[in-house]
Design a protein. Structure first.
Length: 278
């Protein structure tokens, strides 16, 4: 009887042990959850295994993450993404093509990513807040709900592009290394760029901009301000200008050898129709 009981006990224990071992085998590792290619680029996250609140590790296996490149509507399932552990991160791109309106991602924080230099975020309609490290050089924000930006400490910033969002004010006075500023389809009425002497190219499209002083920007090569409320553009102090684009009816003051294009209402309508198709 005792022998029979012992045999049953051994069988039961063996089954339990097999179940435990099987469960261990099913434990997800970072290699199961995150795919990093040979260029140290994180390109895929298995959200079924990570869950919607994602904490990105510094490395996966022996591959240190230097680039995060997530470009697909699949990533609209992300509710939050913490990259504070990714100390070697240099580039961050998140583009939710076709799925941005379903995204729940409201915040991005890059303050601890001291080596991060380039940030691009597109089609993330839920995104309301984003903070950067002070050494970031390039920012592109498209189709977000970011209404306020604090860029005062970012003195190394060279490229700033914001479009299709509720931004109402922007202070660029401390960003004296900027050479390109593109602002499109926002609520901004005034922009002070007098301190940006390195500025080479500016675009203001689809903004209620009423005035623009470029008298202190001698390196400007291209000025494009169309579909705005700008009535006068003085180019007297801009000898390097090669391209000027303004609305039909905007008065250009000063002599210039730049190529000038006047945008008509019909031009704007065609451009907007083309944008809708895309």
């Amino acid at each position: 009887m005792k022998s029979k009981f012992l045999s049953v006990t051994i069988v039961i224990l063996s089954c339990v042990l097999m179940i435990i071992l099987s469960s261990c085998n099913r434990i997800n590792t970072d290699e199961d959850r995150f795919f990093v290619d040979n260029d140290n680029r994180l390109r895929m996250i298995d959200i079924k295994k990570t869950g919607p609140d994602i904490v990105v590790p510094e490395k996966v296996g022996d591959k240190v993450i230097r680039i995060i490149y997530l470009e697909d509507s699949y990533f609209s399932k992300i509710d939050s993404i913490d990259v504070s552990n990714v100390s070697e991160l240099e580039y961050f791109t998140l583009e939710l093509w076709g799925g941005g309106s379903y995204s729940k991602l409201k915040r991005l924080d890059f303050r601890k990513n001291k080596k991060l230099r380039h940030v691009t975020v597109n089609k993330t309609k839920a995104l309301e807040e984003i903070t950067f490290n002070e050494d970031c050089k390039s920012i592109g924000l498209y189709n977000t709900s970011v209404k306020e930006l604090d860029l005062k400490s970012m003195k190394k910033l060279e490229y700033f592009d914001y479009s299709n969002g509720p931004l109402e004010n922007i202070d660029l006075s401390n960003n004296t290394n900027l050479d390109q500023v593109w602002i499109e389809n926002t609520n901004i009425k005034t922009v002070d760029i007098k301190m940006l002497k390195k500025l080479e190219s500016i675009i203001f499209y689809g903004v209620p901009l009423e005035e623009l002083d470029i008298s202190n920007n001698p390196n400007l090569g291209a000025v494009r301000t169309y579909n705005t409320n700008l009535k006068v553009l003085d180019v007297s102090n801009n000898p390097k200008l090669e391209f000027i684009e303004v609305d039909e009816g905007t008065e250009i003051i000063g002599e210039t050898n730049a190529e000038i294009k006047y945008w008509t209402k019909e031009d704007i309508e065609r451009l907007e129709e083309k944008s809708k198709d895309n």
